[in-house]
Design a protein. Structure first.
Length: 286
C-alpha cells in the first residue's frame, strides 16, 4: 500500500448524480490519511465540504491546460473521470499531455465496459480513443471499464412508478455495478504499489431488466427509443448523455445474453476487500 506524501489528484471530486465516483474516491483516500488534491469545476459548497475533510481543493476546467498544469504539479498519482457530456476527449488529451510532462506515474481513468473502436455507442468509441491517448502518453494508465451504473436505472425509475427503457424483452440481460464499487476499485488501485493490469473490467451483478425492475418495486415497460430519448432529455438535459444512453439500451437489447461482458469480475473484491454491492443492497440503502 502506498504511503506517499505527494498529493493524489482526484478529478470530479465534487461528485455528481451519475455515480459520483470522484467524490467517493477522494473521501476514501482521505479516510486512509492520504493527501488529496481535489479538482472541482466550481468552488462551491461541495468544495467547502472537501476542504473540511482535509483535501486541498483546486477549481478549474479539465479541458483547459492552464487549469490542469498547476493541478498536476508535484502529483505522481491521479484519478481521472469526466461526465457523460461533450469534451471528454479534449480533457483526456490535456490530462495526458500535462501528465507526461509533469512526471505522472499512475492515472486511474474511468471508462466503459464496451470501450472499443467498434463499440455500440458513440461515447464508448470516444472512450476507447481517450484510453489510447492516455496509454501513448506513458503515464501508467489503468482503465476502469465499468458496467451500467445502478444509478442510471434509479434515474430511469425516478418518480414514474415504472422502469421504462428501450430494452425490448424483460429478459434482456444487463451487466450492472454500483458507482461505489467503481470508486472502491479506483481508490484501491491508487493505494496499491507495484504493477496493475492496464484494463480492469468491472461488473458487479448480471441480471435481466425485468429482475431489476422487481428489485426497484416497479414494472418494466419497453418503450420506443425515440420516446425514451424525448423523456430523457427532460431529465439529463444533455444531448451527449441522451445519445449515449439511448444507444446503450438498444445495444443491450440486440446483443443477447452470451456476450463476454456478462460476467461478474473479481477485480472488485480484489481491490475493495468486499464482495460487489448487489442491486438489492443498493435499492435497500435508498
Amino acid at each position: 500500500m502506498t504511503t506517499t506524501t505527494e498529493p493524489i489528484l482526484v478529478t470530479g471530486a465534487a461528485g455528481g448524480s451519475q455515480g459520483g465516483t470522484g467524490r467517493l474516491v477522494a473521501e476514501s483516500l482521505l479516510r486512509e490519511g492520504l493527501p488529496v488534491r481535489a479538482f472541482v469545476h466550481s468552488d462551491d459548497g461541495r468544495a467547502a465540504e472537501l476542504k473540511d475533510l482535509g483535501a486541498e481543493v483546486v477549481a478549474g476546467d479539465l479541458r483547459e491546460i492552464s487549469s490542469v498544469t498547476p493541478a498536476l504539479q508535484g502529483v505522481r498519482r491521479a484519478y481521472f473521470t469526466y461526465p457523460v457530456t461533450a469534451g471528454m476527449m479534449d480533457a483526456a488529451a490535456v490530462f495526458a499531455a500535462v501528465g507526461k510532462s509533469s512526471g505522472l506515474q499512475r492515472v486511474v481513468a474511468t471508462s466503459q465496459l464496451g470501450s472499443d473502436p467498434q463499440a455500440g455507442t458513440p461515447h464508448m468509441r470516444r472512450h476507447w480513443v481517450a484510453e489510447q491517448v492516455l496509454d501513448n502518453a506513458g503515464v501508467g494508465a489503468v482503465h476502469l471499464r465499468a458496467a451500467v451504473f445502478y444509478e442510471n436505472l434509479k434515474v430511469a425509475v425516478g418518480d414514474r412508478g415504472e422502469l421504462a427503457l428501450p430494452l425490448g424483452s424483460p429478459d434482456t440481460v444487463l451487466p450492472l455495478i454500483a458507482g461505489a464499487d467503481v470508486a472502491g476499485v479506483g481508490a484501491g488501485v491508487l493505494r496499491t504499489d507495484g504493477p496493475v493490469d492496464p484494463v480492469l473490467w468491472l461488473a458487479g451483478e448480471i441480471m435481466t431488466v425485468g429482475e431489476a425492475a422487481e428489485l426497484f418495486g416497479v414494472a418494466y415497460r419497453n418503450v420506443d427509443p425515440g420516446e425514451w430519448s424525448e423523456w430523457a432529455m427532460t431529465v439529463y438535459r444533455d444531448e451527449v448523455a441522451v445519445e449515449h444512453l439511448t444507444h446503450l439500451w438498444t445495444m443491450f437489447a440486440a446483443i443477447g445474453s452470451g456476450h463476454e461482458l456478462f460476467r461478474v469480475t473479481e477485480a472488485i473484491e480484489r481491490y475493495t476487500a468486499c464482495p460487489p454491492i448487489t442491486l438489492r443492497e443498493f435499492v435497500s440503502a435508498g
